[in-house]
Design a protein around this ligand. Sequence first.
Ligand code: NAD
Length: 361
Amino acid sequence: MNCKITTIPGDGIGPEIVREACRVLDKAGQVFGHTFTYTEVLMGGCSIDKYGVPLTEEALETAKNSDAVLLGAVGGNVGNSRWYDVAPNLRPEAGLLAIRKGLNLFANIRPAYLYQELADACPLKKEIIGDGFDMVIMRELTGGLYFGERHTEEVDGVLQATDTLTYNENEIRRIAVKAFDIAMKRKKHVISVDKANVLDSSRLWRKVVEEVAADYPEVKLEHMLVDNCAMQLVMNPGQFDVVLTENMFGDILSDEASMITGSIGMLSSASLNETKFGMYEPSHGSAPDIAGKDIANPIATILSAAMMLRYSFDLDREADAIEAAVQKALTEGYRTSDIMAEGCTLVGTTRMGELIAGYIE
Ligand code: NAD
């Protein structure tokens, strides 16, 4: 298979971690007989420095014309950077919003997986962790409360603010289809999260999700109210496989789920559109405090590259091999400084990338 990948290293640690993810992809390509061709574009502060804007039309076009995008991170030191002394739409992070919109990325997937080797970093008690957890949070990204009409007005001398939460059935259906497709690649269990006891939008959500479920008889569907889900995530995280939910609930639950893994440098993510196209990136930011020191953990980006293989290219075996190589590096006791523990071997960004690439077979 030949795959065209747009890489966006971005700012801070971005170039270091994307370089390692490409190293690992190349090794997977070599072992399994695929060619990955990269076109690099600028986004964020580095694009502001060169072109005066965080994302150029040309960079967006390049991304559109590829099969998938691999992103590092954008942004600088917010309190102390020339990139922030400008209007919000010219700041580095505006590039992120523009590319998500330009590529119509409506489905966000964030896995929360607990490596037994890193269980000490998990803030939950051992008896709650049990055999660990392995879930993905599937969040609708372009609708709901964050995109509804809003206004602030004065009514009878009192200030009043209104936000509206709107979903139409097509928006719900397309994200539900993605969630069930992904469940078919996993443990075939979808928990759809809503607030159907109160919200009309949630009742429509539930109805459409049930219609979609009828096309996936192998997948078990359950509904869960969002307040219960927030509790269940910290009481019994092992019960979840695919969590499907709308934008604001997903925003909150995906942060909660990622925090119970305890390690920011390990968290991958993907944003997909209606085709197989997706943008893959670590959940963390550009970490300007450690940039250029060869100490950043590249694993979140490497795992994002594995997601790219699985979801955009249907290369499940190859994605499994990358995930197994990450597991092996941890089992062998290699750690970057953010996940360092007693008795382990400290390695830098480059060495961790080399080790993981070396373990792909
Ligand atoms: P951050 O995620 O960059 O860093 C938070 C802390 O985690 C820092 O101490 C950092 O050193 C550490 N860290 C993050 N990634 C790490 C890794 N791979 N290995 C080891 N340690 C790691 O969040 P922040 O400091 O709030 O933001 C820094 C910049 O990143 C800001 O400009 C922010 O706007 C931007 N940001 C970008 C994205 C994105 O591009 N998607 C996301 C979040 C934040």
